[in-house]
Ligand binder design. Structure first.
Ligand SMILES: [Zn+2]
Length: 230
């Protein structure tokens, strides 16, 4: 089609065959590099069983001794995401196999829309310390741990929950006296704007809801604005 357009536009002109060949050559180079980029982007979104090197990293951290979740029930998910400065970053998550395909699909859509996510590294890279990971505004999923202040296992323990941009979407409990992470107190006030703020009805919210997740920001007693679970 490009050739037809070029031909019709320049048929009666005195542009040399050499110039046409050069233009065609440029078009081929452009098209093939665009295709290669698309191909590498498609391959960057994937899920697979937890590799040995990652499972070693998880030992004694997000996967402590006595962990009741089988390694074979977990998946290692890799995606691309944009941050608020428009930089493309590689993201990684460990989650339950039942939601791995959902997460790949959701984060592919978010990437297409350039939805900003600041960081998505395994919580093990923060010593499986939730407060540290949240303070770094790090998005994460699997972490075998109790709900803070209780003896109940969190849904993160089964890898069926994910916290997104947690610093700007903190957990707010006990009438606002408890905010996690502590550094996120400013954003407990939900009218405080930030590029990472999750709002009911925004793209992130809609995608998670479409995939059957519930949002902690809709909970009655405590509000966990970073949290989606299935
Ligand atoms: Zn959570």
């Amino acid at each position: 089609m490009m050739v037809i357009i070029i031909n019709s536009r320049y048929m009666h002109s005195r542009i040399s065959v050499f110039r046409l060949c050069f233009l065609f050559f440029c078009f081929i180079i452009f098209a093939s590099s665009a295709f290669a980029r698309l191909q590498s982007e498609v391959e960057a979104f994937r899920l697979r069983p937890v590799p040995d090197s990652i499972f070693t990293l998880m030992q004694g951290r997000s996967y402590p001794q006595g962990c009741m979740v089988k390694r074979s029930d977990l998946r290692y998910v890799e995606v691309l995401h944009y941050d608020a400065q428009g930089r493309v970053k590689r993201g990684e998550l460990v989650c339950h196999r039942s939601i791995a395909a959902d997460l790949v699909s959701i984060f592919r859509e978010l990437y297409k829309a350039r939805y900003p996510i600041e960081s998505m590294r395994l919580i093990d890279r923060y010593g499986a310390d939730d407060e540290r990971s949240m303070t770094a505004n790090n998005t994460s999923a699997f972490n075998y741990r109790h709900i803070a202040g209780t003896s109940r296992l969190s849904n993160h323990s089964w890898g069926r929950a994910i916290d997104v941009n947690p610093l700007y979407n903190p957990l707010v409990a006990r009438g606002g006296t408890v905010v996690q992470p502590r550094a996120g107190r400013r954003w407990a006030n939900r009218s405080q704007k930030s590029p990472y703020r999750i709002v009911q009805g925004d793209l992130l919210y809609r995608l998670f809801r479409q995939h059957g997740f519930s949002w902690g920001g809709s909970w009655k007693k405590r509000k966990d604005y970073q949290h989606f679970e299935k």
